[in-house]
Design a protein around this ligand. Sequence first.
Ligand SMILES: *Cc1c(COP(=O)(O)O)cnc(C)c1O
Length: 466
Amino acid sequence: MEQFEGLTPTETLQRVSASLGCSVTSAEVAAFLDKHDDLRHLRERFHVPKIADLPPSAADVKQVHGAEECMYLVGNSLGLQPKRARTYLEEELDMWAKAGVHGHTVGSRPWAWAENKIEDMMAEVVGAEPEEVALMNGLTVNLHLLLLSFYKPTAARHKILLEDKAFPSDHYAVESQIRLRGFDPQESMLLLSARPGEETLRTQDILDVIEKEGDSIAVVMFSGVQYYTGQLFNMAAITEAGHKKGCYVGFDCAHAAGNVELKLHAWGVDFACWCSYKYINSGAGGIAGAFIHKKHKDTIKPALTGWWGHDLNTRFQMNNVMDLQPGISGFRLSNQPILLVCPLQASLEVFKMTSMQALRKKSLLLTGYLEFLIRHYYTKDPGRPQKPHVRIITPSDPEQRGCQLSLSFSVPIREVFDELERRGVACDMREPSVLRIAPVPMYNSFTDVHRFVETLGAALTATSQK
Ligand SMILES: *Cc1c(COP(=O)(O)O)cnc(C)c1O
């Protein structure tokens, strides 16, 4: 969409509607943007569920709209299935059936090093060098393995700084690591909250607390994108501030990887972990990623070791003398499930057809479009206080968010959510009043966003009439 280079999303929408001679809220605008979307072909690489197949959709809706694709706006929770996933899985099921144990070393995807073959694609997505990334385990397991090596508390420097509303698993992982080292989470877990009346953290407040408390902080551990608010943290600035005070700085990139441009290597981040089933579409429980910057490759060692951390060339000599791989590779413990490598490979190959830069460019407009429509229809109207309105929790600055918008409604959300589901919307709800809507640039269209906002209108009308 070169003709819109340099314009804000609102300017782009106004220009498109003017050229089409229609209202900026018209479905024609969405259709036009889809037609000129350079990445529209990527959607065809995924299975988009049909409305008829979604368990909560209603019989009357199924009858009329069942064959249509649903409005899938929940890729922040579980990404769609890449079509190639099944092909690759079938290849390995066949291999297992026909060759048994030989599958470890033969074929196009020898199981014994299958994950190593796709790590360069993963590294590209998170802005790392291939040797800095390992695909292994689940996210929380990797977070623990990394903290075991990076969190070495002393009497003077024993704190871990994190958000007070971190994802529960991260909170528990940090809490238990502190206990494991014989410290007290009450004293060593430094939880940073938003200012009263605010929902997202100010970058300056994060940097200030690092500056003020840094001497007692061992590890600064933030998310890249906050799962609830959708806030994208300034990872470069946080890393720099942490390093200035002698802290290690790590990020949980579960909601950032595949969503926003990451430069883990260039920013000098010490360690990171992420799951692959959200924006990276590897399927529920898919293999997670872990990163250690290569500046640490000879100094940071794994606390726990297994045979998969042994140099591959001599791993199978089984002489029980560890030849540990440098960096993150030495943290590998077990052989990886080939049946999970398959869908992840399928997804990473789609990422390879584009770039995070191109995805992000589309994402800014796609999410800007959602924001525009929500503001247009649901800004609080003082003249009509009864009319439901929406406050967008996610920062309005595009540099401080990924694709997700968290919408806080003036009415209880449960019934609205049910009405959305019966009409073919898949999204995430957090009671009492929040919907998290993630238009994913990889496969969502502008029409998806437009249909969603129309459907939201119908859902709100239906609930108000009950
Ligand atoms: C999704 C998510 C998790 C999930 O952890 P698993 O170990 O993959 O079950 C953890 N932390 C964050 C921040 C997440 O977004």
